[in-house]
Write a protein that binds this ligand. Structure first.
Ligand SMILES: [Zn+2]
Length: 318
């Protein structure tokens, strides 16, 4: 299989086997032109290059995107990182670009393709291969380069709502007077607990020459930034408590910057969640760090495998 992930600052692609294993992986910067067709052509070519070099027959190709993706039509909403127009038909465009790509001498016919939100795919990866194994109601919350994503896996299946847009947890209000959010409101979890929020709380400016997330992860582990970490942890706790009261998960997995916030102040985070959960037991839900490296890619690989595992004979037909 081929799996790919679009990030705010680059493209990753990997050859993937069964069991969450990634083989050859490439990470490339974003092309100068991030219009949907151009960017998806770059993703298709990154995967096709791996396929040609491996000389393996590829059976499917799936892509993780850092924005909501509607179901079943596969349009991208609020793709703010790339300045895409609202409702870009990303599933259709990706399929067209993969169909044009040269997948090597063993390619046969049209390759099945799929696209989905990266937080959803990371949750799937954690449930099958990481910190979410055996959880029945697994809630994943993560902050990557900007904003906050969430996902819920119930009995092994993603809960994506009526049109793919469930668990957009980033717009939970955790401070009515807080920082402005891209949605037009103030104090959303997005704007209060992402890397920019941590830098603002610490009154530090990130180095513009380096990606934001690794700098924020370093800051979260810096004892000199303890007050800022506590400020952001308290807001993350408020958001998690709201989600726990609504969803009653049996495990919460945190990833991205939230993993580092958990590492820096685990007792404080658990205490804020417990204090805001009135039902006693629901507030004692285990909050654990994510375990899967490149979880978005691993989740995309799981998505790519689905049609093949559902009907192996059709997938392997010459
Ligand atoms: Zn918002």
């Amino acid at each position: 299989m081929l799996a790919a992930q679009l990030h705010a600052d680059g493209v990753s692609a990997a050859l993937a086997g069964l069991g969450g294993r990634l083989h050859d992986t490439v990470h490339l910067p974003l092309p100068a032109d991030t219009a949907p067709e151009r960017l998806l052509a770059a993703v298709a070519e990154a995967g096709a290059g791996l396929a040609r070099a491996s000389r393996r027959r590829i059976l499917g190709f799936a892509l993780a995107l850092p924005n909501p993706v509607t179901e079943p039509d596969g349009t991208a909403l609020a793709a703010l990182h790339f300045d895409w127009p609202p409702g870009a038909p990303v599933a259709e465009l990706f399929a067209a670009q993969v169909a044009r790509a040269d997948l090597g001498p063993r390619a046969r016919g049209a390759l099945p393709t799929a696209v989905a939100n990266d937080a959803n795919l990371a949750a799937l990866a954690e449930h099958r291969h990481g910190a979410g194994r055996d959880a029945r109601h697994l809630l994943l919350v993560t902050s990557g380069h900007r904003g906050v994503g969430g996902a819920l896996v119930v009995d092994g299946r993603l809960h994506t709502g009526s049109s793919g847009l469930a668990l957009e947890v980033g717009h939970l209000t955790v401070d009515p007077l807080g920082r402005p959010c891209a949605c037009g409101n103030r104090g959303c979890l997005n704007a209060e607990t992402d890397p920019e929020a941590l830098f603002a709380a610490a009154k530090h400016r990130p180095d513009p020459g380096r990606p934001l997330l690794p700098q924020a992860r370093e800051l979260a582990r810096d004892p000199a930034a303890a007050d800022a970490v506590e400020h952001v942890v308290d807001r993350l706790g408020l958001g998690l408590a709201g989600l726990v009261n609504i969803l009653n998960p049996d495990r919460i997995v945190l990833s991205g910057l939230h993993l580092d916030l958990l590492a820096a102040a685990p007792d404080r985070l658990a205490a804020v969640v417990a204090e805001r959960c009135l039902w006693g037991r629901s507030g004692r839900v285990p909050i654990v760090p994510a375990q899967v490296a490149h979880a978005g890619l691993v989740g995309a690989a799981e998505l790519a495998w689905e049609p093949c595992l559902d009907d192996p004979q059709a997938a392997m037909a010459p």
